[in-house]
Design a protein around this ligand. Structure first.
Ligand code: NDP
Length: 281
């Protein structure tokens, strides 16, 4: 039987509707939820992502402001922009669209975003909170994966979850969330030896590598839930990290597009509303 396609679009639509109601509630209490996005440079993919975020905010009734900085903007200019947004009581969430132009230091900029406005969950304070099980902002993509697993009733407690990729924005927080949900977690990366042997033991397999077709059908345990986080631009359009034949082996599979990407945006709305609701709505 082919894998059940996990419809991120449908699950995200429910979260977006919930966000719309929460935004309405805030407005009724005199608070306009407001996300500020800083877009530095001309990266075409980043421009698409930012446009999608703007559209999603508009539909949910969340105000969004995009601050566009030139490709050759200085570190100082960028940092000043973040500090100004930190001080603005009308701005609830701040997002710095990554990647930044090469000459800019990502780590320094992310460290300046006020942790209470860090709706991407990239600040060290929020990463630390996640690690020690305290409440804070959780990065949108792994949070969206958790909500997707939940929506499809996929058991996590006691299961073996294998994650390929250890970035700060996907792999590591994904590992923390699955661990907090009582999975046994294996976190793999480019130096991992015997990768296929490990992935074949996974009840839940998360691929966040950024290489089209990296996970083959042979690497999957029959019946496993396979979450494809990858977004790769190829000649055939957008594809994930998991090859199509995986659907013959997996029990559940997320499509690309229409899977995790949709959930990421829904979680950004949710995090922005969490930030706005701290202002008494
Ligand atoms: P990074 O490039 O930061 O991380 C990639 C990870 O893959 C690294 O940890 C790297 O290991 C690992 N890796 C690379 N080659 C191998 C290999 N041969 N074997 C095992 N591991 C390997 O990427 P991101 O985490 O930022 O993103 C991953 C993918 O997810 C991308 O396609 C990105 O576009 C997509 N993405 C999708 C989102 C969504 O909303 N759906 C959101 C964010 C990202 P090492 O650390 O050793 O280098």
């Amino acid at each position: 039987m082919p894998a059940i396609r996990m419809d991120g679009r449908a699950v995200a639509a429910r979260w977006k509707e919930e966000a719309r109601k929460r935004a309405e509630h805030c407005l009724e209490h005199g608070v306009t939820p407001h996300l500020a996005v800083i877009l530095a440079g001309e990266d075409p993919a980043s421009r698409v992502y930012v446009r999608n975020k703007e559209n999603a905010c508009a539909k949910a009734g969340i105000r969004s402001t995009v601050i566009r900085l030139a490709q050759d903007c200085t570190q100082e200019e960028l940092e000043k922009t973040v500090l100004t947004l930190n001080e603005d009581p009308g701005v609830h969430g701040i997002l710095v669209q990554l990647p930044l132009p090469k000459h800019l230091c990502e780590a320094r900029v992310l460290a300046l975003v006020h942790p209470d406005k860090d709706v991407d969950g990239f600040h060290a304070m929020n990463a630390g909170r996640l690690m020690i099980g305290q409440k804070g902002f959780v990065p949108c993509t792994p949070l969206g994966v958790m909500k997707l697993l939940e929506a499809y009733g996929i058991p996590i407690c006691g299961k073996h979850a294998v994650i390929i990729g250890r970035s700060n924005i996907v792999g590591k927080p994904m590992a923390m969330l699955l661990l907090a949900a009582n999975a046994t977690v294996t976190l793999c990366h480019s130096h991992t030896q015997g990768l296929a042997e490990l992935t074949r033991q996974a009840d839940i397999l998360v691929a966040a590598v950024g290489k089209p077709g990296f996970v083959t059908a042979e690497m999957i345990k029959p019946g496993a839930a396979v979450i494809d986080v990858g977004i790769n631009r190829t000649q055939d359009g957008l594809t994930g990290d998991v090859e199509e034949r995986a659907a013959d082996v997996a029990g559940f599979l997320t499509p690309v597009p229409g899977g995790v990407g949709q959930m990421t945006i829904a979680m950004l709305l949710s995090n922005t509303l969490d930030a706005a609701e701290r202002h008494g709505c």
